[in-house]
Design a protein around this ligand. Structure first.
Ligand SMILES: [Zn+2]
Length: 346
C-alpha cells in the first residue's frame, strides 16, 4: 500500500512538472536556452547566446511598405502603391484590342474586387470568363484612350455575350450591343442578362470595396435591373445597383462595356477626389459634400431622352441624389472628345 502511495506521489510530481513546463508555452525555447546559458559561467557567453537567439528570430529587413493611395481625381490623378491584376486567372481574359500597355494596375481594393466578381460569376455560371479592358498605369496618370482611369479606381469590363446555344463568345474587342440586346458585329450573339446581372450584383454587394459608378448604356441598365428583380433580389441591392449604374451625360454610351469605379479609400479623403453622384453615408458625407462643391458631377439621363431605349415595365429609374444637381460643363465637354481614330471614353 505504502509503495503504491509513493508511486502515486511520483506520478503526481511528474505531471505537475510537465504542466508547469507547458504553461510556459511560447517561452519554452527561451527557457531551455536560458538553462543552457546558466551552464556557462561567463557573462559574455550569455550575452552572445542571447544575441544569437535574437538574430535567429529577427525577420530579414523588409523595405518600408508603400501605402496604396489614390491621389486626385480619376480624370486628373495618380496611383501610389498599386497592384497588378492577376491576368493568369482562368476566369479573366484581357481583350486583345486592349492588350497594349501595362494598364492593369489599380488600388488593391479595385483589383481584388474585379477578381472576386469574376470568380463569383464563374461560380454561378461555370466556365464564365470576364473580358477585361484597361485599368490604370502603374503609377496612374494620363492613359491612352481615356479621360479617366488615372488614379487606380477605374476598370473597364466587357459584357458577357453568348451565342444562340448560350455559349460565351469572346471577340477581339468589346462587343457593342444594340437595342434588341444583340451584338452588332457578331450574328446571333446576344447580351447575357443573367451573367451580366450577376456581375453587377457581385460588384455592388462586395464586402471589401464600395462601387461608386458603373457607367453603362441606359437601355442595358434597365435590362439588368429588370433581371435582378426577376431573380428576386432584395430591394436594397436593386436600389444600390440602380444608383451605381448610370449612362454618363453626353458621353459615349458605354454600350460595349461597363466602366466600374470605386470610391476613394476611407483614409484618403483629403487627397482623393470623388466625382461620384452617389451621396455617401455617415462621416464621409461631409467630406464628400465639401469635395463636391466645385467638382464635376455626372448624371444619369432621364430614360425618356433616349429614343432607342426599349421600355421595360419593371425597370426602375435611379433616384436622383440631391448633390447630383450641378452637372459640370467641363467634364461633359471632356467626355465628348473624340479624336476620330482613337475612341476616347471614360
Ligand atoms: Zn473606362
Amino acid at each position: 500500500m505504502r509503495k503504491s502511495v509513493g508511486s502515486l506521489a511520483i506520478v503526481l510530481l511528474i505531471t505537475l512538472s510537465a504542466s508547469a513546463s507547458l504553461a510556459k508555452g511560447p517561452s519554452d525555447g527561451r527557457h531551455h536556452a536560458a538553462r543552457a546559458d546558466r551552464s556557462t559561467s561567463a557573462k559574455g557567453h550569455r550575452r552572445r547566446g542571447a544575441t544569437a537567439v535574437l538574430m535567429r528570430r529577427a525577420a530579414p529587413p523588409a523595405p518600408p511598405p508603400i501605402h496604396p493611395d489614390s491621389v486626385g481625381s480619376p480624370n486628373d490623378g495618380k496611383l501610389i502603391g498599386g497592384v497588378h491584376l492577376d491576368t493568369s486567372r482562368a476566369e479573366l481574359r484581357i481583350v486583345p484590342s486592349h492588350l497594349s500597355g501595362d494598364v492593369r494596375w489599380g488600388l488593391p481594393s479595385l483589383v481584388s474586387l474585379v477578381e472576386r466578381a469574376a470568380r463569383g460569376v464563374a461560380k454561378r455560371y461555370p466556365g464564365s470568363v470576364l473580358d477585361i479592358g484597361d485599368l490604370s498605369r502603374k503609377g496612374g496618370g494620363e492613359i491612352a484612350r481615356h479621360h479617366s482611369h488615372e488614379s487606380g479606381r477605374d476598370a473597364d469590363l466587357g459584357f458577357y455575350v453568348v451565342d444562340g446555344k448560350g455559349k460565351q463568345i469572346h471577340a477581339a474587342s468589346f462587343l457593342k450591343i444594340d437595342a434588341s440586346l444583340h451584338a452588332t458585329s457578331v450574328p446571333g450573339a446576344r447580351f447575357d442578362a443573367g451573367r451580366n446581372w450577376a456581375l453587377v450584383e457581385m460588384l455592388v454587394t462586395d464586402p471589401h470595396a464600395r462601387v461608386s459608378h458603373i457607367f453603362i448604356a441606359e437601355p442595358l441598365r434597365q435590362v439588368l435591373l429588370a433581371q435582378g428583380r426577376a431573380r428576386g433580389v432584395s430591394q436594397g441591392v436593386l436600389d444600390r445597383a440602380a444608383i451605381a449604374m448610370m449612362q454618363p451625360h453626353n458621353s459615349l454610351p458605354h454600350d460595349d462595356h461597363m466602366h466600374v469605379r470605386i470610391s476613394c479609400p476611407h483614409d484618403a479623403k483629403d487627397r482623393c477626389i470623388e466625382v461620384a453622384k452617389n451621396a455617401p453615408t455617415g462621416r464621409s458625407r461631409t467630406a464628400h459634400a465639401r469635395a463636391q462643391r466645385h467638382r464635376p458631377v455626372l448624371r444619369t439621363p432621364a430614360p425618356a431622352k433616349h429614343a432607342a431605349v426599349p421600355h421595360h415595365p419593371a425597370a426602375v429609374a435611379a433616384p436622383a441624389p440631391p448633390d447630383e444637381a450641378a452637372a459640370d460643363s467641363a467634364e461633359v465637354k471632356d467626355a465628348l472628345d473624340e479624336t476620330g481614330t482613337v475612341k476616347i471614353t471614360d
